[in-house]
Design a protein around this ligand. Structure first.
Ligand code: UDP
Ligand code: MG
Length: 316
C-alpha cells in the first residue's frame, strides 16, 4: 500500500478513545503534531466516551483550530471497545493508529510503527516492556497475556497495549464491543491478517486523572476471552457444537432406556426404583435441549448474514 499522496485522504488516522481526560488532550494533540507533521499527513479522531468533565469542549476547540482534528461524542459511557469501533468506522487514513488519551503512550513511536506496516506487517502492537503502572495491574496483566498468548497462538507480550498500528483493512474487517479491545490481534488473525508483530514502546506514568478500569476488567476480560474462543471456532456452525453434545446425550440416554424397557418387557423386572432410569431420562431431556439450542443458533445465524461474509482481500 502506498501513502495517500495524491488524494485528500490522510496517510495516518490516529484514533483516541477517552473518558474524562480533559487535562491531557491539548498536550497530546501537540505531541502528535510534533511527532508526525514533517513526515506524514494525518488526522486525529477523538472519541469522547461519555465524559462528564470538559473533554468534549476541549475537543470542539481543538477541532475548530485544526482542520485535521475530528471528534465523535457518545451521550453516555460505552467502554473503550465501542469507542475504538466508532473511531475505526470514521478513519480514512491508509494506516490507523490507536493510542490512549492519558499521555501514557508516546506519539514519537508512531513513525517507526508505520514504517513496519510499510515493510509488510498488518498489525504492529506496542509492548510496554518497562511499565509505569502499579503492581496490582502488572502482575495480573502478565498472567492475562500468558493465557491469551497460548489460547491465540500469537506471540505477543502485551496484548492490551493501547498503542497499536494497523493497515486500514484490518480495522475495517473487525468489529469491537464489550472488552474485545484486549483481543484485537486475535480478531485480526481470525480475519486472515497473520503478519502480526510487536515493537517495544516507551511508557509514561499517568500524568493527570486516574485509571478508568477497576478489578472488573479481569472478570469481564476473561468472559470475553471465553466468548471469543467459542466464536472463533463455532460462530458459523453452532449446530456442530450443541448438536454433537445433544446427539451424544440422546444416544446414551436412549440406549439406557431401551435396555431398561427390554428387561422390563422380557424379564418383567421392576425398573421404577432404579437410579439408572433417572440418568437415562435426564440424558434424553438434556440431549433434546442441546439439540434445540443448536438449531436456534443456526436460525439466529441465518439472520446475521454479515458474520458469514468472508473478508475479501482483493478482486480483479
Ligand atoms: N477509556 C474509554 N472509555 C472507558 C474507559 C477508558 O474511552 O470506559 C479510555 C481512557 O480515557 C484512556 C484509555 O481508554 O484513554 C485507557 O484507559 P486507562 O488509561 O484508564 O487504562 P489503563 O492505562 O489504566 O489500562
Ligand atoms: Mg492509561
Amino acid at each position: 500500500m502506498e501513502d495517500n499522496k495524491d488524494s485528500n485522504l490522510p496517510d495516518i488516522s490516529i484514533v483516541i478513545p477517552l473518558y474524562n481526560e480533559e487535562e491531557s488532550l491539548r498536550e497530546l494533540q501537540e505531541a502528535i503534531k510534533a511527532a508526525l507533521a514533517d513526515q506524514y499527513t494525518f488526522e486525529i479522531i477523538f472519541v469522547n466516551d461519555g465524559s462528564s468533565d470538559k473533554s468534549w469542549d476541549v475537543i470542539k476547540e481543538l477541532s475548530a483550530q485544526n482542520k485535521n482534528v475530528h471528534g465523535i461524542s457518545f451521550r453516555n459511557n460505552h467502554g473503550k471497545s465501542t469507542a475504538l469501533q466508532a473511531g475505526f468506522e470514521k478513519a480514512s487514513g491508509t494506516y490507523v493508529v490507536t493510542m490512549d488519551a492519558d499521555l501514557q503512550d508516546d506519539p514519537k513511536e508512531v513513525p517507526e510503527m508505520v514504517q513496519m506496516l510499510k515493510d509488510g506487517y498488518d498489525l504492529v502492537s506496542g509492548w510496554k516492556k518497562e511499565r509505569y503502572d502499579p503492581i496490582s495491574k502488572t502482575i495480573p496483566s502478565k498472567f492475562f497475556n500468558f493465557v491469551t498468548r497460548v489460547a491465540a497462538g500469537i506471540k505477543l507480550h502485551d496484548f492490551n497495549c493501547g498503542l497499536k498500528a494497523y493497515k486500514a483493512d484490518v480495522v475495517k474487517s473487525i468489529y469491537l464491543y464489550g472488552e474485545l479491545h484486549r483481543y484485537v490481534p486475535m480478531l485480526a488473525k481470525r480475519e486472515g491478517f497473520s503478519k502480526i508483530t510487536e515493537k517495544v514502546v516507551t511508557h509514561h506514568p499517568r500524568k493527570y486523572g486516574h485509571t478508568k478500569f477497576g478489578l472488573s476488567r479481569f472478570i469481564n476480560g476473561f468472559l470475553d476471552l471465553v466468548t471469543i474462543l467459542f466464536v472463533q471456532k463455532y460462530l458459523q456452525k453452532p449446530m456442530h457444537f450443541f448438536g454433537s453434545i445433544g446427539v451424544l446425550f440422546l444416544g446414551i440416554g436412549g440406549a439406557i432406556n431401551i435396555y431398561l424397557a427390554a428387561i422390563k418387557i422380557l424379564f418383567n423386572q421392576g425398573i421404577g426404583q432404579r437410579p439408572l432410569l433417572f440418568l437415562g431420562v435426564l440424558l434424553m431431556v438434556l440431549g433434546v435441549q442441546f439439540f434445540s439450542t443448536g438449531l436456534l443458533g443456526e436460525l439466529i445465524n441465518k439472520n446475521h448474514v454479515e458474520h458469514q461474509k468472508p473478508g475479501i482481500s482483493e478482486t480483479v
